[in-house]
Design a binder for this molecule. Structure first.
Ligand SMILES: [Mg+2]
Length: 281
């Protein structure tokens, strides 16, 4: 049964439905490229698209996010809000926030330093380069606690000197442009489309910025119908579970919620799959 808060968002116009990807729409995988969307999720996103502005907001680069999600006509907000595309990158250019350009070279220098140093001492780490900045994954390391410490010790000081931000996700250290986060990205998306109803779902520390921003915008009356969702896994941060309005159990729980939302919208408007495309055309 769809909660009143979610129904309220879906009945508000214009409405935005925004999701983290890894751990929210796709089960956590041993490496970023091994991740796959939960079965049925791509089809559900496509069926949501006629009714709402749909966006994925992720730490992944847009190219990587689009390769995983593969749905055109939704907004891809990558690298914590640094990269934007209004659909799959083969049809829509990826735009970078201009202010981030100043960090490109120093971020590259630090990732090269990490590559050179960690290739010898921790070959289990995987370095993911993004347009600006990147992520160092240590999920595959035999001693993740030690690998994490080694990565942080190596990069903490040079990152500080370069004015770059080190942040942590699940089994990963991220080298990021300062001041950009999922909260700011979500706010920009809401402002761009003058959204009055918004749902945001995530499962990790970086999603807390999205949750807090949306709660503030609701309180200020800028986005009066807003609902925040935490996806619960054994390692979902307790703060996220406390702050979110609703909790769903794992990616399977998120997929069930998506399906309920689709069915609700299709019933409300008298459209239903598979005929909805013809009826709306
Ligand atoms: Mg996640």
């Amino acid at each position: 049964m769809l909660s009143a808060a979610v129904r309220n968002v879906l009945q508000t116009h214009p409405c935005g439905l925004t999701f983290d990807i890894d751990g929210t729409l796709s089960p956590i995988a041993p490496s970023p490229e091994a991740a796959r969307l939960f079965p049925g999720v791509a089809g559900l996103l496509e069926r949501l698209r006629p009714y709402a502005r749909v966006a994925v907001i992720t730490g992944r680069a847009v190219v990587s996010a689009a390769a995983l999600v593969g749905v055109d006509g939704i907004t891809y907000i990558g690298n914590h809000g640094l990269e934007w595309a209004e659909g799959l990158p083969e049809h829509h250019p990826i735009q970078l926030l201009p202010a981030a350009e100043a960090y490109r070279l120093s971020a590259q220098r630090l990732l090269t330093l990490a590559e050179q140093h960690l290739a010898r001492s921790s070959p289990c780490v995987q370095i993911e380069h993004k347009s600006i900045g990147g992520t160092i994954h240590y999920r595959r390391c035999p001693d993740p606690v030690q690998s994490r410490q080694e990565i942080l010790e190596l990069l903490r000081e040079p990152a500080q000197q370069a004015g770059l931000q080190l942040s942590e996700g699940k089994m990963a250290v991220e080298l990021r442009v300062p001041g950009l986060n999922k909260g700011q990205a979500l706010q920009r998306f809401i402002e761009q489309h003058r959204l009055r109803g918004v749902l945001f779902a995530g499962d990790d520390t970086t999603d807390l910025d999205g949750v807090e921003t949306l709660l503030s915008l609701r309180q200020e009356g800028i986005c009066p119908a807003a609902v925040t969702i935490a996806v619960r896994h054994p390692d979902t941060p307790s703060r996220l579970l406390e702050r979110a309005d609703l909790i769903v159990e794992g990616v399977a729980g998120m997929a069930s919620l998506l399906e309920e939302m689709v069915l609700f919208l299709e019933q409300e408007t008298g459209t239903s799959s598979p005929g909805w495309q013809e009826k709306r055309a």
